[in-house]
Design a binder for this molecule. Structure first.
Ligand SMILES: C[S@@+](CC[C@H](N)C(=O)[O-])C[C@H]1O[C@@H](n2cnc3c(N)ncnc32)[C@H](O)[C@@H]1O
Length: 312
């Protein structure tokens, strides 16, 4: 190692900027490090800043949880647990600036992803997805490096269907339960307070989704509930009326008018009987309004949720 970069041992957060080609290895030896950010600063001339014989960034940080990068870096890491990995190319004018050929880019991508293979959540921006998609001929015969992945987060508005099958396989292939999720537009989250649909009147027929865990315990069962439920929740949060169905039926009728065509709903119930009741209600009283109605079980195997879509 001709150049050696040892960073202050007590650092919890570290942001690094690389201005030139990474020709030799860089060791980040920070036992307390939790957040690491690495950025490439490209020149206006768009000159390639990485070549195939580049060095790599060695991350020795057993406590690291969050890693983010603007650029694709060859990473070597002894760390297997990582919560969040965020990769962006948005500030890099041209992917060729990063790597002059697909082969070199693929080499960098695999070295980086292998180093970050313990990530649980992988967030990619549009340019990164585009750059990875361009590697499809190589990805087709590659194994997925990610072993702990739960989600791949893509930008708001990006359709999962526009991601190539090869790329999906490459990212998710080693984790059967991992899925692709789109991030919410954070500036558009609005919190409304009020009883059920009352504060949402002007959104009638426009809601894309409706998820609720309403009060569903029949009134007479409230006193017999386990102490950790019955003694700490206000009665109003649990009591669903005589048969426990009052709020569920209200939500069901509301879903018929509030959801937009194709809109999705998922309601939690007290269990098997309430699921059956709700399903039957929807198939008869709101006949033709919903489709793909399903009863979904919880992790204890108890039929717990009713889900479906409003007809298009
Ligand atoms: C079973 S608790 C669920 C709490 C929480 N959502 C959860 O999933 O852990 C039912 C919740 O329904 C809400 N709720 C009860 N009546 C409501 C109403 N009329 N309008 C809106 N929310 C209501 C209360 O906030 C109450 O906490």
């Amino acid at each position: 190692m001709s150049e050696f970069c040892r960073i202050f041992q007590a650092l919890g957060n570290l942001t690094l900027f690389f201005w030139t080609t990474l020709r030799t290895d860089c060791v980040i030896d920070c036992p307390q490090l939790v957040n690491l950010e690495i950025n490439y600063c490209t020149t206006k001339t768009g000159k390639s800043i990485v070549t195939s014989n580049s060095g790599q960034i060695m991350v020795l940080a057993p406590k690291i949880l969050n890693f983010s990068a603007v650029g694709i870096f060859p990473i070597k890491s002894g760390v297997f647990e990582l919560e969040n990995v965020k990769i962006q190319l948005s500030d890099i004018t041209d992917v060729k600036t990063l790597a002059p050929t697909k082969k070199i880019l693929y080499d960098l991508v695999t070295k980086m992803f292998t180093g970050l293979c313990g990530a649980k959540i992988l967030s990619l921006d549009l340019k990164t997805i585009k750059a990875l998609s361009a590697l499809f001929e190589i990805l087709v015969s590659s194994y997925s490096p990610f072993v702990n992945l739960k989600y791949v987060k893509v930008p708001h508005g990006f359709e999962e269907s526009s991601m190539s099958t090869y790329l999906k396989w490459y990212l998710l292939g080693a984790c059967s339960k991992a899925t692709i999720v789109a991030t919410l537009p954070q500036h558009k989250i609005v919190i409304r307070q009020g009883s059920w649909f009352e504060p949402l009147r002007e959104a009638e027929g426009e809601l894309a989704g409706l998820v609720s865990n309403p009060p569903y315990i029949p009134s007479e069962q409230i006193s017999g509930l386990q102490a950790e439920v019955g003694k700490h929740e206000p009665r109003l949060a649990l009591d669903g009326g005589e048969d426990g169905m009052g709020d569920l039926l209200h939500l069901c009728t509301g879903a018929a008018s509030m959801l937009r065509p194709g809109g999705y709903f998922a309601f939690e119930t007290n269990g098997e009987d309430q699921c059956k009741f709700l399903l039957n209600y929807m198939e008869t009283k709101t006949k033709g309004v919903f489709y793909d109605l399903k009863v979904v079980s919880d992790f204890a195997g108890i039929q717990r949720f009713v889900t479906g879509f409003k007809v298009k």
